[in-house]
Design a protein around this ligand. Structure first.
Ligand code: NI
Length: 305
């Protein structure tokens, strides 16, 4: 009861010390409860988008509103991928702009292996060393769906796996229609890393789980006909699961067909939480902890947010 709500309204009596004390206890208690709930809400919704391409032209006009939306969605950190080491400066510029929210990788995409030269390996190695925000090598891999230069792809993949091992960094693997050969390569050349934008069958998923890999799901897992991928998403242990947008590509339902952006990783998380029958807050906490662990994200953003 508040001092002003005393039943005997006819008399003007002063509140007693006990009443004043009670009032202040109530105010402080209410404030503490509210503060706790706000903190919980923030903690509940910490998501990490582990694969973005924000340096692409399609984002350059509205990066500010993009940032507002991802913060609103609970995204606290981004891992920026790299398709060619020539992107390094533009990605680094974004890491400065969004510091300390953005970490990044350096590497060469399997569909760009024709751009691999004698000096590319040294170039990636050197770049990865000059900035502590480089947390991974990639994206690298095999894509036999869109290209048939299998031997060259394998050679460039092996060269980049060597870089990752030399620097003791995780790899970001792009693997499309090439799971069998990828399994062979990673068995011969064990490293730690993530199968990004994963689209494999449950059997293939098990191969890479057995090799110690994290499995990252993108908007594809929300597509109605992606039964195999959804089955894979159900079987990945909670301590190996990651989420990503791979933006600007592959926007999840209900944004399918539009330009993808980091805020939409929330839709991927929501879909996975339904598929796996775990609360969204649990899924967010697990995937965020996994991303921190794999990429060794030790920046101060957790303290600042
Ligand atoms: Ni990518």
């Amino acid at each position: 009861m508040l001092p002003s709500e005393q039943p005997d309204q006819g008399k003007q009596t002063l509140p007693t010390d006990h009443q004043i004390m009670g009032y202040w206890l109530w105010v402080v208690g209410y404030w503490l409860l509210n503060k706790q709930q706000t903190t919980n809400n923030k903690q509940q919704m910490q998501l990490i988008d582990t694969h973005v391409h924000l340096n692409f032209e399609v984002f350059q006009q509205d990066l500010g509103s993009l940032e507002n939306r991802w913060r609103e969605a609970g995204v606290v950190h981004l891992v920026h991928s790299c398709v060619h080491p020539n992107e390094f400066e533009s990605i680094r510029h974004l890491a400065d702009r969004f510091y300390p929210t953005l970490s990044f990788a350096v590497g060469l995409h399997p569909l760009d292996v024709d751009k691999w030269t004698d000096s590319t390996k040294e170039q990636i190695l050197a770049l990865a060393k000059i900035d502590p925000r480089v947390v991974a090598i990639g994206e690298m891999g095999l894509d036999f769906y869109k290209a048939d230069n299998h031997l060259l792809q394998k050679e460039v993949l092996l060269a980049q796996l060597e870089i990752a091992r030399l620097l003791d960094k995780p790899v970001i693997i792009h693997c499309r229609s090439a799971a069998a050969l990828m399994r062979e390569v990673l068995t011969e050349f064990p490293v730690r890393g993530v199968m990004h934008c994963w689209g494999g069958t449950p059997e293939e998923t098990k191969w890479f789980l057995d090799l110690g890999f994290y499995i990252s799901f993108s908007g594809i897992v929300t597509f109605k006909n992606a039964r195999n991928i959804q089955a894979s998403a159900k079987m990945v242990p909670s301590d190996r699961l990651l989420i990503e947008t791979d933006c600007p590509f592959l926007a999840p339902v209900p944004k399918r067909g539009f330009r993808n952006e980091p805020a939409y990783v929330l839709h991927v998380a929501q879909h996975l939480s339904r598929l796996r029958s775990v609360p969204l807050t649990t899924l967010a906490a697990q995937t965020t902890a996994n991303a921190r662990s794999l990429f060794q994200l030790n920046f101060s953003y957790y303290e600042n947010n």
